[in-house]
Design a binder for this molecule. Structure first.
Ligand code: MLC
Length: 488
């Protein structure tokens, strides 16, 4: 099945029904279908065809959805670019994915480095799209066609593009509808960024596959989200742990009013602290359902909708997902013992874009190596215990220290650098930089340089000058021996 076929359950089946609320305006599924058709016709006029890549560098908006729908209908490969990315990160995606164009707003153009890729302004596209006919056109033929390339930073080298097919996304959405019992009677409040698989593959797809109503927000703002929930009365909310930590700051009365209307709170993209789950339960009257996924695999494991949602655990495999917990030699570990998770299933990506070696390195005997360390209980619940790599997850955004280390080591006066994780009550973790430098060392200047070239969530919270970095006899930096940073 292709995504257009799945989405037509709403676009054709529920044409007259209100589907989307954004900034106070309500759009029916029919309206959205027509604007997606116009956008698709425009993209064809602009020369896009099946297999071409299209980068979209935008914050959440209705046009984001229209562009995505248009691309999926044409078999054009959608390449979402994190709206917080800056020139360095964007340059790599443009060079690697070689898109026909990158679409953005006038305000965001200043962050796009000069390159051969044409920059298309959203306002111009929208003006032109309005003049296009709303004739439906669906050129994508089968579910094995790539739908999107989602860039994920790696422990080694620059970010790699995970190629996700229509089939991957369809299977993921159908699994979630079934397992989380999402129906047309639901109302989803979506404040996750659409440039990640959490917002796109879970949020947008569950909405369109179920035909329920969705209110989309530009981004999660903890000062406003309570008001949005009181107005819209959502029944389903997808969030990252930082959002749930923020929601605990709301007054109890607000929490109980919202909790009374809600059917399901889901958390993912980063570990949900047990304390947050417990505090949330007493305040909102709901046990957050924690699940586990990755850009390369979409959703893998989930706590049950009915049955015990076990604190600290990510639950059991979703339908069709095979999970193995293996020791370093590739042998299965018994329940109760620590192993590394390997996965197989129809949800798994088809490989890294133009990176055969990296794709091969990420697999073992046909199983995808997640890099996540886990224990399975005797009754089948998996609990994640950490990662093989030193990945930092801040507010649900992945940060690979190596990328920041490489950038900082290029700065004048910097001799050596290590970036490590520091615990943070709201974001879970934040990066901190430890730097060996000459006397020109200037923490402020380094921060300014980072701010100009890297996404805001990657900017180290502190730049600490060190005489030397702790190293093993073989010269490897021992990050666990770095002094703890205490925020002032
Ligand atoms: C964060 N910022 C944003 C933003 N999110 N800016 C624009 N759009 C967004 N969507 C920036 C702010 O400018 C600010 O930068 C900093 O982040 C923190 O902002 P805040 O207002 O203090 O927010 P906070 O309360 O900390 O909440 C942050 C957050 C955000 C929860 C809203 O972290 C977020 O949206 N996270 C979702 C990440 C996500 O979707 N991950 C899914 C990956 S897919 P500054 O410069 O002021 O610090 C995946 C697979 C899976 O992992 O299983 O899901």
């Amino acid at each position: 099945m292709t995504l257009p076929e799945l989405f037509d359950l709403s676009f054709i089946g529920r044409r007259e029904q209100p589907g989307l609320v954004f900034e106070g305006a309500i759009r029916t599924f029919g309206d959205l279908d027509d604007s997606a058709s116009r956008m698709a016709n425009l993209l064809v006029d602009r020369g896009l065809k099946k297999g071409d890549r299209l980068c979209v560098y935008l914050a959440n908006c209705i046009e984001y959805i229209e562009l995505y729908l248009a691309a999926t209908r044409l078999g054009v490969i959608f390449v979402p670019v994190n709206a917080l990315y800056r020139d360095r990160e964007i340059r790599h995606i443009l060079e690697d994915s070689e898109p026909k164009a990158i679409i953005t707003t006038a305000a965001q153009t200043e962050f796009i480095p000069s390159s051969p890729t044409p920059v298309w302004l959203l306002t111009e596209l929208c003006d032109e799209a309005r003049l296009q006919p709303n004739t439906r056109r669906i050129d994508v033929l089968d579910g094995d066609t790539p739908a999107a390339i989602v860039y994920t930073s790696g422990t080694t080298g620059p970010a790699k593009g995970a190629v996700l097919t229509h089939h991957n996304f369809v299977v993921n959405a159908v699994n979630l509808l079934t397992c989380w019992q999402i129906t047309p009677a639901d109302k989803i409040l979506l404040a996750l960024p659409l440039f990640h698989v959490h917002g796109l593959g879970n949020g947008i797809h569950c909405w369109l596959a179920s035909g329920c109503r969705m209110r989309l927000e530009k981004r999660f703002e903890h000062n406003h989200a309570a008001q949005w929930m009181r107005e819209f009365e959502p029944t389903v909310f997808f969030g990252v742990p930082t959002m749930y930590v923020r929601m605990l700051e709301w007054p109890s009365e607000t929490a109980s009013v919202i909790g009374a209307k809600m059917r399901l709170f889901v958390s993912g993209s980063a570990p949900l602290p047990v304390q947050t789950l417990e505090d949330f339960r007493s305040k909102f009257g709901h046990t957050i359902l924690e699940r586990y996924g990755m850009s390369e695999t979409l959703m893998n494991l989930s706590n049950p909708y009915n049955g015990e949602r076990r604190p600290g655990s990510v639950g059991m495999p979703l339908p069709g997902v095979s999970v193995r917990n293996l020791d370093p030699d590739g042998n299965p570990v018994p329940d109760g013992e620590t192993g590394e998770l390997y996965l197989r299933g129809p949800n798994l990506f088809s490989g890294y874009w133009r990176q055969e070696e990296a794709t091969a390195a990420a697999h073992r005997d046909g199983w995808f190596r997640t890099g996540d360390i886990a224990v399975r209980s005797a009754d089948g619940y998996y609990t994640l215990q950490g990662r093989r790599s030193d990945l930092i997850i801040s507010g649900g955004f992945n940060i690979y220290p190596r990328e920041i280390e490489e950038f900082l080591s290029e700065q004048p006066g910097v001799a050596e650098v290590a970036v490590a994780s520091s615990p943070d009550p709201r974001r879970g973790e934040v990066p901190v930089a430890y730097i060996v430098a000459d006397d020109t060392f200037d923490a402020k200047a380094l921060e300014t340089a980072c701010r100009a070239h890297l996404a805001s969530f990657k900017i180290p919270r502190a730049f600490l000058r060190m005489d030397k970095l702790p190293r093993t006899a073989l010269g490897k930096i021992q990050k666990h021996l770095l002094p703890k940073w205490v925020p002032r």
